[in-house]
Design a protein around this ligand. Structure first.
Ligand code: 4NP
Length: 166
């Protein structure tokens, strides 16, 4: 039987610790995808291994919860080699982590690697600032930036599917 197979959209968000920005992005895309009916696997990871098995930072949980998004069940994990084959798209939350991802990428990895902010017109090349040493306002700002980006990427995925490049 010959059946053409389109790979299923699978998106991985990567920050440093996987307890602040990338789990917020994971929760945001899960929520937007569920609302818009976008069929998509969503996950997040850190380039560092400091918080493997940890729940998201309480401030990240509270910030997402204010918009009805529950990220409390997510747990930290570190980026691994398999991720470059399992995911169609890997989005780094900032330029330092983009470099960390690229440094680990296998030559034959199939994932398209970009910055999260590359999805937003006029914000290409930009970083989502690490809020870990910041305050509640910093977390809210991160959340707002993430919401804009996941909404922009969802629109592109809806029209271009897995072929979308950012
Ligand atoms: P994230 O924030 O990369 O957005 O998860 C951080 C979380 C923890 C640390 C740094 C950044 N840390 O140094 O433990």
């Amino acid at each position: 039987m010959s059946e053409s197979h389109t790979p299923k959209l699978a998106v991985l968000f990567v920050c440093l610790g996987n307890i602040c920005r990338s789990p917020m992005a994971e929760g945001a895309l899960r929520a937007v995808a569920a609302k818009s009916g976008l069929d998509c696997i969503v996950d997040s990871a850190g380039t560092a291994g400091y918080h493997i098995g940890d729940a998201p930072d309480e401030r990240a949980i509270v910030t997402a919860r204010a918009d009805g998004v529950d990220i409390s069940g997510l747990r930290g994990r570190q980026l691994d080699l398999e991720d470059f084959y399992r995911f169609t798209h890997i989005f780094a939350l900032d330029t330092a982590n983009l470099e960390g991802i690229r440094a680990r990428a296998p030559r034959d990895g199939s994932a398209k690697v970009a910055l999260l902010m590359d999805t937003v017109e006029g914000k290409q090349g930009g970083s989502v600032k690490d809020p870990y040493y910041g305050d509640d306002d910093d977390f809210r700002q991160v959340w707002e930036e993430i919401l804009i980006a996941v909404s922009a990427m969802t629109t592109r995925f809806e029209s271009e599917g897995v072929q979308a490049e950012f």
